[in-house]
Design a protein around this ligand. Sequence first.
Ligand SMILES: [Zn+2]
Length: 365
Amino acid sequence: MQMNPRLSGLRCIRCDSLWPPADYPEGCPSCLEAGHPASLECRYEPSADPSMPLPVLDPVTLGEGATPCLAAPALAQAEGVGELWLKCESANPTGSHKDRMAAQLVSRARLAGASRVAAASSGNAGVSLAAYCAAARLEADIAITRDCPPLQREAMQRFGAKLRAFEDSLSRWPYIADLCRNHGAFAGTNYLNPPVGTHAYGVEGYKPIAEELFDACGVPTDIVVPVARGDLFWGIFLGWQHLLQIGRIDRLPRMHAVEPYARLSRARAAGDARKNWEGVTDQYSIAGSTCTLQSLEVLSRSGGSPVEVSDAAAAQAQQRLERGGFATELSSAAALAAVSRLRRAGLVDAESSVVLLLTSDGRRG
Ligand SMILES: [Zn+2]
């Protein structure tokens, strides 16, 4: 395990400033000081090696990645699109896409000399970080909410994580901030409010999804991703951007963000991702009142749209997927409901090839 010697620096997605390779859990220092938390994007020296560059080489692994991408012709026909593909991220070791990020992030934590990782999560991220910390022999401090599903809590504890419960989602962040700023913990999630994307090295772990999709189905016209703070959304976009830069593809797919209620559309209209937009939802993995600049960047750079999907529509889509044999959590099924909305809006049609990110099967929901 070692840092990638080609990693040359990080660039701010808001102000374009360049920073030397290091840990920036709070994103761009300049933008943070100006009150606009902004993610940093990893930069690598050019190379003849066509493989997707990642920050940590030979990371701690539990076998994440290379998940199935399955054609769903019956669903494509029902939705009136040319092709529909299901990227099954529930096939990752702890059952969600988060394992890809945890592999890079926890490996970096160990290389940086940290003895523990601190994170705010009541769901898949907490379980994944707990598992990868166990594999890396690091401690995991996870701040959960009191309504954390019992099976998620139990899974984190079985992997040896230390849990602390809080009344609500936002109240966890000051606790994690204190552990990271004052007690040497490595940040496994955001802890700022307004939030910023997770550590740039962790988010890079999502880039190979783009390459796996390209190998399975070429360049789709549209990719539909359930989005909360947008790490997965941004990471997949970075992967496609890399493929474009090295000339393997000549256009980017449009990337659409699925949300339980309007956050990104309002942030986009306001030109500001920093406000809170409250809402109530059972789509647990994409709940919360905040969004991030990195999600707005994906929408503008890829030409995609935010799509709001109600719990009722998500539940109906969940049943349709189940009748085809696919178990998904509610927020993953919302991606299928989003296709219907995109179709009605005329944004996809019979010529479209659409990929849905099925982020988790909800086995611990
Ligand atoms: Zn900046």
